[in-house]
Design a protein around this ligand. Sequence first.
Ligand code: GTP
Ligand code: MG
Length: 205
Amino acid sequence: FGRPWIFIRGVPSMDFLPPEGPLEVAFAGRSNVGKSSLINALVAKKGLARTSNTPGRTQELNYFVPDGYSGQEGDMPPMAIVDMPGYGYAQAPKELVDNWTKLVFDYLRGRSTLKRVYVLIDSRHGIKKNDDEVLDLLDKAAVSYQVVLTKTDKIKEAGVRRLLEETTEKIRKRPAAFPEVLATSSEKAGGIDDLRRAIGVAVGK
Ligand code: GTP
Ligand code: MG
């Protein structure tokens, strides 16, 4: 994460995906869980991924890569980070929501260079029904994923510990889940280094 990161592409549907190249790690989760904020914290660049108080901010698969690579053969970035539209936002027009959900599900199921998915869970809410559906899909597709609690600054430390235990227990029997659950706060920079290390190990850097 030493280099500055840049935005390279917004993908509105599967037809617009870049050719498979660098390993990808994707950030998935319910609307407003803090995906874009966590990516900004990771790469230490406020405003790289656009964030908002209003759910439904991210509407495409947004690709970010470290700057300074031509993208030509032999000069590929080592990895790409993919910020995803959220799922489970009932207030947006149904057609839009259906589109995002289809895009998210199709991408998660069918991308061979997708190395790991970080499934973000709001510390105040824990794993919800639609999170379970996404975890089921990833287990079925054998796509490796790790669960990350977000916004831990919003609850007490004892609450975080309890939720970590509960969540670890809930994913224990899931075949594609990485056993360790991470706790993060983009606001207070908590757990960000752990997540950076986890990603480094996942992509073999
Ligand atoms: P969509 O793109 O709409 O699916 O949302 P998202 O998951 O990308 O969430 P985003 O990063 O836009 O953050 C949503 C809201 O939560 C924003 O108002 C953020 O400021 C806030 N937020 C994100 N992370 C944290 C955190 O760690 N702590 C606190 N207190 N607020 C956070
Ligand atoms: Mg977003």
